[in-house]
Design a binder for this molecule. Sequence first.
Ligand code: SF4
Length: 80
Amino acid sequence: MTSKQAPTFTPLQGPVTALFLEEAERLRLQFCCEECIFFQPEQGGRCLYNYPNTQHRRAYFEEDHVVGRVLIFCREFEIL
Ligand code: SF4
């Protein structure tokens, strides 16, 4: 892939956009580990399944310059 090609995403991925962030906040969209039954805050915020979850954590979406990052939905997410 050259730098001029648009990135491709799997069905569980997409770009983090300003519109997504605005709508996620306005609609109170729950999609992060902190809203998942498998999240273990008492274990340092790890996933019960030991999935690498840095990109699913709420803090990932609250960092500066998050727009343009890859949004990855977790297929194991189960809402609390
Ligand atoms: S199953 Fe997915 S969304 Fe749930 S805690 Fe684990 S990594 Fe996070």
